[in-house]
Design a protein around this ligand. Structure first.
Ligand SMILES: [Fe+2]
Ligand SMILES: [Fe+2]
Length: 214
């Protein structure tokens, strides 16, 4: 994964983009293991996974829309040689959408053994596709975002919206605390003051998922 902060420990134009990738990768690795660990009597854990998945799918959807509507067009204007890579990434967004729909279909069948088998296979495909997709973005897009965006990729008024407050504890899970602290220092004071409450809520709704893989 690309560096979230630069070599001087400062926030870069790609820092928030990479933090979202961190959360997406981390949980994509957890879901196959968590679903595989469901026993037939784990109805409560299955309900928790369905709840945390709703949040995850929303984060992935928001990230894709930000890329499709803003980041990819700006990068294409900045670096036309990226056209081939951007077309492939766009196609992968559609492949991921298909997988998300399949996951939504199988979640109600958890924790039945048939649902668990299908769920593990689906979440594993999702992890593999997403890891490769994020690798491509980080290899080809992040250098351009960081090198050519002294003016924020000419974002002008189109500054990307900040992630929702509920995303903050999700982002920092598994992250070097010093990196989280540096990035969160850029957030509005009112939002940072809510972090303890947001963390407690995040821990409560992701207990089973966070335990996998153990
Ligand atoms: Fe993407
Ligand atoms: Fe991305």
């Amino acid at each position: 994964m690309a560096q979230i902060l630069d070599s001087a420990g400062e926030v870069t134009p790609a820092s928030m983009f990479l933090l979202i990738h961190h959360g997406l990768r981390r949980d994509a690795a957890r879901y196959p293991a968590a679903v595989a660990a469901l026993g037939p009597a784990d109805g409560e854990a299955a309900a928790e996974l369905a709840g945390s998945w709703a949040f995850y799918a929303d984060m992935l959807d928001r990230h894709h829309r930000l890329e499709d509507d803003l980041i990819f067009p700006l990068l294409l204007a900045e670096e036309p040689a990226l056209a081939g890579v951007l077309a492939r990434l766009d196609a992968e967004h559609h492949e991921l959408d298909v997988l998300l729909a399949e996951v939504a279909r199988v979640l109600p069948a958890l924790p039945e053994p048939g649902g668990v088998r299908e769920g593990v296979a689906l979440f594993t495909r999702l992890k593999d596709l997403l890891d490769a997709h994020l690798d491509t973005e980080e290899e080809h897009l992040v250098p351009v975002m960081n090198e050519r965006s002294a003016d924020g990729l000419r974002l002008g008024d189109r500054t990307p919206p900040p992630p929702p407050a509920e995303a903050l504890p999700w982002i920092e899970d598994g992250l070097d605390p010093a990196v989280a602290e540096r990035v969160f220092a850029t957030l509005p004071e009112g939002l940072r003051a809510r972090l303890p409450e947001l963390r407690a809520e995040y821990r409560r709704r992701s207990t089973f998922l966070r335990e996998h893989p153990r």
